[in-house]
Design a protein around this ligand. Structure first.
Ligand SMILES: *Cc1c(COP(=O)(O)O)cnc(C)c1O
Length: 362
């Protein structure tokens, strides 16, 4: 087999090797039918089984309650930035937005096209390093929903609790930390994510929507932007991304073998602790971006003493089989994404490289 490197990419990100190998083995004939999953009708019984399997897999690993629908859509998490206000926010209504980083800002910009937005928390002044305490959040009376991003993938800032909307529906972008730990569904009305961080390949977004939310949707929306229509058609209002849905099913099977999301949570915490410890014991050579209390278990953003060293670090790391470490263009620095599929040995290899690099370039 070709040598595989340690892939720290933020997304599309590493997929578990056993999943890739199974997909490879099933590439020419899925479930023994003599055709690839990419070659069969989405209306066929074969694909219906695959879709149902992917949905059941997510239900099993995340303990999704029966009153939530699971929808597979296209357009990524980014289209959800628009679909949420299109479905739930009329021009004369207000929604609350909590802004803790880059993706929250993107969501905000789209929502503003639809109705009134009250930004009830914004960490811009502090450089997007923090999250609010629940007690700091003053919701707008009659807010249609409150939106936040559970894990800001670029800044590496992760909520350590679920926002309680106090009766206001809570809508959450979990693109980069879904499946990294259990979800307390009682707190949420809608959770969405692009699959390419911690679920599978790009090209599919997964939306978990509480059934009563479907009743709030106005009539007359464009059919492919209407959650109710997509739910009524079981995610097949048009041709879905059949390949990506198939891969989600495989990832869920793998997760079950690994002990599920609770086991993942433990492993993710261990991996992250090793890396943050290397940052904290570097005598200031490496500086973490996020406030310590809200550090992400998935995306570890840090920087070296200057931008030149950041670049040198990333390119030398790449030559050493540590790929995808360059920080997002909006923040610079270094970012190590260590999702479920990322092995602990890769974290150790990075820590060794960090120590070596800081000694040679101190
Ligand atoms: C990557 C990411 C997005 C954008 O996802 P697309 O699928 O590319 O639209 C949105 N939100 C978060 C938190 C992300 O990490």
């Amino acid at each position: 087999m070709t040598n595989r490197v340690y892939n720290f990419s933020a997304g599309p990100a590493a997929i578990p090797l056993p999943v890739l190998e199974r997909a490879q083995a099933e590439m020419l004939s899925v479930n023994g039918i003599g055709m690839s999953v990419m070659e069969i009708s989405h209306r066929s019984a074969h694909f219906e089984g695959i879709l149902a399997g992917a949905e059941q897999g997510l239900r099993d690993v995340l303990n999704v309650p029966d009153n939530f629908r699971i929808l597979f859509l296209q357009g990524g998490a980014s289209l959800q930035f628009s679909m949420i206000p299109i479905n739930f926010l009329a021009p004369d209504q207000t929604a609350d937005y909590v802004i803790t980083g880059f993706w929250g800002r993107k969501a905000l910009a789209e929502a503003r096209r639809c109705g009134n937005i009250n930004v009830i928390y914004n960490s811009a002044e502090g450089g997007y390093k923090s999250t609010p305490q629940q007690g700091e959040l003053n919701f707008t009376k009659d807010a249609r929903y409150v939106h936040y991003v559970a894990n800001e993938t670029i800044e590496g800032v992760e909520f350590q609790y679920d926002i309680d909307g106090g009766g206001i529906p809570v809508v959450c972008d979990m693109s980069s930390n879904i499946l990294s730990k259990p979800i307390d569904w009682n707190n949420y009305a809608l959770i969405y994510n692009g699959a390419q961080k911690n679920i599978g390949p790009s090209g599919v977004a997964v939306v978990f929507i509480r059934e009563d939310m479907l009743e709030r949707i106005p009539t007359g929306l464009h059919s492919l932007l209407d959650y109710r229509n997509i739910a009524a058609n079981d995610s097949m209002a048009n041709t879905p991304n059949t390949w990506a849905i198939y891969m989600i099913g495989l990832v869920c099977d793998w997760l079950k073998e690994q002990g599920g999301v609770t086991a993942m949570q433990t492993r993710n915490a261990e991996k992250a602790a090793v890396l943050y410890n290397a940052i904290d014991t570097s005598d200031g050579y490496f500086t973490g971006h996020a406030d310590r209390s809200v550090r992400s278990m998935m995306n570890v953003s840090f920087h070296l003493p200057n931008a030149e060293l950041d670049e040198k670090f990333c390119s030398q790391a790449e030559s050493n089989g540590l790929d995808g470490l360059r920080g997002h263009r909006s923040l610079g620095g270094v970012r190590a994404s260590i999702y479920n599929a990322f092995p602990r040995e890769g974290v150790t290899a990075l820590v060794d490289f960090m120590q070596d690099f800081s000694q040679k370039n101190g």
